[in-house]
Design a protein around this ligand. Structure first.
Ligand code: LLP
Length: 448
């Protein structure tokens, strides 16, 4: 490559000495990039991942508090000039320390169960900062949310009717609309298409209006959430404009909630959502809606992944290397019980050997877990089980999976009667346990 570059430069009229200098500069830039780039992965706030693994043990979820703050500020910056409320979709990560961090940074909550709501209250939230967006729950859960001062987002005609009967105009509510828009990283996480169970179809406006009028209901907001892992500004625009067209018949709106779903970059080559661009598109659409509606409304968004995914790294240890005639397996001390996203959605998580930064010797490995069924972590970007090129792995090496802050721990289970991992937060350069590793007592609790 070097001589080729010198030849190409010389051919385009650059003198040989200058060409060599340019080549040196190029090499220095590349090596600088190679030094800085892994650093961003191999440590959190200057604490090496291997030190964290040694101190707290593995498997371990580690979160970088600064990253969460950074993402909050990127999101706010993208909606500059708009009266924006961020409603963190806590299902992504409900650790109390993360909820407290969100609260300290002026971020409200969106919850989907009484338990998430309770966690929010324990983390210091007021009920009035919490939205309850349930799907298919018993009405008693809605009554519970109302009793705690949360605002409810209704997504079913029969529930809307019951809410009207029970509360009339005394309780404000939002209505979740299904705009019949396709968007999301895979079909399991698309929520606004015609066959989705979520939201009331945009074609049932007459029925909605009849119920609202019958009980003189206080509908203060309309909501839609298209899906997860959406990058394309057009999809957000399409869903928003379907909701705006729908909204004119609701005269007392104060809030438009456009949901979450902003895609995060799963691999170093993946740019993720361009938040500035998408924020601009959504802000413009929202402002022109408000102008036509005749009143300034508040805009809500409900991101989960965007706020917490990149803050999280999942640290595991290599139990075994298995050299098979066809493949080499790296068997780590975790499995689909702790991080189910690859097996459930074919999700890509960037994987690297945190114990070995020497990229001069690499090998293709299939990274698998210790669960007694297939539990591959190394899916490719097309959602297929595959191998990953890693710096040479030895038994005992720490294998790290990036982008594990969202839907990692919260989707973990006790399958194979394994303990749930511990969780650590790094803040102000200090690492502290925010959830202890489980013991046999946790497995036995509540059993006869
Ligand atoms: N709002 C509502 C009503 C939602 O249902 C969700 C996610 C969100 C907001 C936040 O979406 P996010 O910004 O995190 O994409 N377990 C899957 C993702 C499921 C998302 C469920 N609803 C995964 O790991 O990819």
């Amino acid at each position: 490559m070097g001589p080729l570059l010198i030849w190409a430069l010389a051919k385009s009229g650059v003198k040989r000495n200058k060409a060599i200098n340019i080549l040196f500069m190029f090499v220095r830039l590349v090596s600088l990039w190679l030094t800085i780039f892994p650093m961003a992965y191999y440590s959190i706030q200057n604490i090496p991942l291997t030190d964290l693994a040694k101190e707290f043990g593995t498997p371990l979820y580690v979160y970088d508090a600064d990253k969460i703050r950074e993402k909050i500020s990127v999101l706010r910056g993208a909606f500059e000039g708009i009266d924006l409320t961020i409603k963190y979709a806590v299902k992504a990560n409900t650790n109390l320390s993360i909820l407290r961090l969100m609260r300290e940074n002026g971020v409200d909550m969106d919850v989907v169960s009484p338990q998430e709501l309770e966690l929010g209250l324990i983390a210091g939230y007021e009920g009035s900062n919490i939205t309850f967006t349930p799907s298919g729950v018993h009405f008693s859960e809605i009554e519970y949310a109302v009793s705690k001062g949360a605002i409810v987002n209704l997504d079913n005609l029969s529930v809307l009717e019951k809410f009207g009967q029970t509360y009339g105009s005394s309780q404000p509510c939002l209505i979740r609309i299904k705009p019949h828009v396709f968007g999301g990283g895979n079909e399991k996480i698309m929520t606004a298409h015609p066959e989705s169970k979520f939201g009331i179809s945009i074609h049932q406006k007459a029925e909605i209006l009849a119920i609202v009028a019958k009980y003189n209901m206080n509908v203060v907001g309309l909501h839609q959430h298209t899906g997860s892992d959406i990058k394309d500004g057009k999809t957000f625009e399409q869903a928003a404009s379907a909701l705006f067209d729908f909204a004119f018949d609701f005269k007392d709106l104060q809030i438009i909630d456009l949901g979450g779903g902003f895609k995060v970059p799963y691999s170093p080559e993946d740019p993720g959502v361009n938040m500035k661009e998408v924020g601009q598109i959504m802000s413009n659409a929202f402002s022109s809606f408000c102008a036509k509606y005749g009143r300034e409304l508040r805009l809500w968004v409900e991101p989960g992944k965007f706020l917490v995914s990149e803050s999280g790294t999942f640290l595991t240890e290599t139990n075994v290397i298995k050299r098979d005639p066809v493949k080499t397996f790296v068997g780590i001390n975790s499995g689909l019980n702790h991080l189910i996203r690859p097996m459930m959605y074919g999700s890509y998580h960037y994987i690297f050997n945190a114990s070995n930064q020497d990229a001069s010797k690499q090998e293709n490995y299939r990274v698998t877990g210790y669960i007694c069924e297939t539990d591959t972590f190394s899916f490719d970007l097309k959602g297929k089980e595959n191998e990953r090129l890693l710096n040479e792995v030895k038994e005992g090496d720490i294998i790290a999976l990036a982008n594990a802050g969202a839907y990692g721990f919260t989707m973990a289970s006790h399958y194979n009667s394994r303990f749930l991992p511990a969780e650590v937060m790094v803040d102000g350069g200090v690492a502290r346990v925010i959830r202890k590793r489980e013991t046999m007592e946790d497995i036995l609790r509540n059993q006869e």
